[in-house]
Ligand binder design. Sequence first.
Ligand SMILES: Cc1ncc(COP(=O)(O)O)c(C=O)c1O
Length: 381
Amino acid sequence: MNAALLQRLRQSLAQREGSSLRRKLAARASADTRVNLADNDYLGLSRDPAVVAAGVAALHEWGASSSASPLVTGYTEIHQKLEQTLAAWQGYAHGLVMNTGFSANSAVLGGLPKKGDLILADRLVHASMLDGIMASGARLRRFAHNDLDALELMLHEEPALDGVIFVVTESVYSMDGDSPDLKRLASLRKRFGFCWVLDEAHATGWFGSTGSGLQEAQGAFAAADIVVGTLGKGLGSQGAYVLSHAPEVRDALINFAGEFVYSTYLAPSCAAAALAAVERVKGMSAERAELHALSHAWRDGLVEAGFAVPSGDSPIIPLILGDSDVTLKYATALRAAGFMVSAIRPPTVPVRTGRIRLSLRRGLSPAVLSSFISALKGVSS
Ligand SMILES: Cc1ncc(COP(=O)(O)O)c(C=O)c1O
């Protein structure tokens, strides 16, 4: 290996190590019995018998791989059925399955905005959206997190533009579990005529009377121009999708998005599992009510125990601990006490806001909450 390159890599890794920010992979055993408070399988669908059976049946019918990029032979009848089902469920005319949420965001935001356009993005949008934005050549302004007054001010400040204005938000923020007011965003969109790109990754399955997301729950059904969602979180599978009212968005991705064109397509078994998951999710309104109650109970319990967490009913609770070494200390102790947790540190989150990102799931009993709080108190004492 080239010596200068090795030296550079060692230096940057040592820098991360020195500030408790070096990331390390830990292989999870299938027999790990710790309570999982880290992954995004909020409704437990990755192990749902109907979802698993659909995936297995597709493995037998189609084999283990799509074996090609979508424009060659990778796009199958299952992918087509899935995109149509997702679009109809969430109120859109057009859908396109993508390999990952990351590539869906980078394709949409790297491909649709151009030089001369303006992107107004929430300060905390996901890295995949920023990757796309940076590649697009459009001008970026970021507004304070969930601060729609600040967004409105920016919209007033901007002189008439030849280009397009894009507004980029999530519906449930991945590291904070909070949300903007989607109805207000919808009305701003009407007034100012921008193109609204909404990432519903963490809301799908959890919010809405049929589980289609926060737009449904907040009475802003299908209000965004473009929705990006993933199949790998609440839907318990893998992959992602882009929905739009205009057919040109889907067509542009098929024609111009390298992430779509030049990559082996999502395995049919993943698409089939996701399709089964959508059908399961639609009928899970009782489970959703229980999950929202669980979210309130965990937040209340943590606050009572002296830990400041925001109120809300999303699946994600940020337990903000500050410096990275403190965050790591908590994570190590919680893991030893039988909880699978992740220590989230910069650059994933802003400096000095290191946190344990708790993600809730079906089946967490009140006893788990009590023992989690005891373990937390054990670290802080
Ligand atoms: C808000 C948000 N969007 C997109 C993604 C990427 O989705 P995927 O895991 O399917 O690549 C994530 C994943 O963490 C996310 O949190």
